[in-house]
Design a protein. Structure first.
Length: 245
């Protein structure tokens, strides 16, 4: 199994602090955001490699960052874009990486700005038990009004996704997708079909919605704390939480 960390964004909503630093390399308690993801990934059984996909603007930044890590193989891929207007989007970057891979593998995909404190062992155990279906990580943000900014999910009693709404005006619940996905190798063929037929490539949730309407998709509910570092406010909130703890 391989892990893919999505780091292809340009941090436009964090321009005042991320103009020349990619968002996943912003620090919390002296540690880069992406380091928290790597620490969560390292103990995962069967992990052979961590792949980081980024853009041409920040490619050298991540190459230098990768040199600071030992104990796990890290490969950085340049998607070739130079501006926010050129960006491939989450789905575009996933498709870009998978299209270049020689052999099919199971993939664990995680957002480079995705910060959570629960270990991945429970998620991986659940996800592997549902193979060949894919599994997504879910988190209850506890506020339906705030859920309008995310992909909102509903599950049946067995954890199967029965509905997925991407940034709905009227969310059905406060359970949202947290940019954490397990794709067994049997599911990799579907992203090219979606990529060719859709213009919604920036939000991975749009692809999850599409796939859940065609194939079985399951959701694993996380506890603890989770942050989507998409604004100055969320960055400062995360810094305060981790400093306190």
């Amino acid at each position: 199994m391989k892990a893919l960390i999505l780091a292809g964004g340009y941090g436009t909503r964090l321009a005042s602090v991320a103009k020349n630093t990619p968002k996943p390399l912003l620090t919390i308690s002296g540690k880069a955001l992406i380091d928290f993801a790597v620490e969560k990934l390292k103990p995962v059984a069967g992990l052979s490699e961590i792949v980081v996909v980024t853009n041409n603007k920040f490619y050298e930044n991540f190459l230098q960052w990768a040199k600071t890590h030992t104990g796990v193989k890290i490969r950085v891929i340049n998607d070739g874009t130079n501006t926010n207007e050129e960006r491939l989007g989450s789905v575009g970057d996933i498709n870009y990486v998978w299209d270049k891979e020689i052999a099919a593998d199971d993939w664990l995909v995680i957002g480079g700005d995705n910060l959570f404190d629960q270990a991945l062992e429970g998620f991986m155990s659940f996800a592997r038990s549902k193979t060949p279906a894919m599994t997504i990580g879910l988190y209850d943000i506890g506020d339906i009004k705030s859920a309008v900014k995310f992909g909102v999910c509903a599950l049946d009693q067995k954890g199967k996704v029965i509905s997925f709404q991407e940034k709905p005006l009227h969310p059905a619940s406060s359970w949202i997708a947290m940019c954490l996905y397990y794709f067994p190798k049997e599911t990799l063929v579907y992203i090219e079909e979606y990529h060719k037929g859709s213009n919604a490539l920036d939000a991975a949730g749009s692809y999850i919605k599409w796939l859940s309407e065609k194939k079985n998709v399951y959701g694993f509910q996380f506890s603890g704390k989770w942050y989507d570092i998409g604004s100055i406010e969320s960055l400062e909130e995360a810094r305060a939480h981790f400093l306190k703890n």
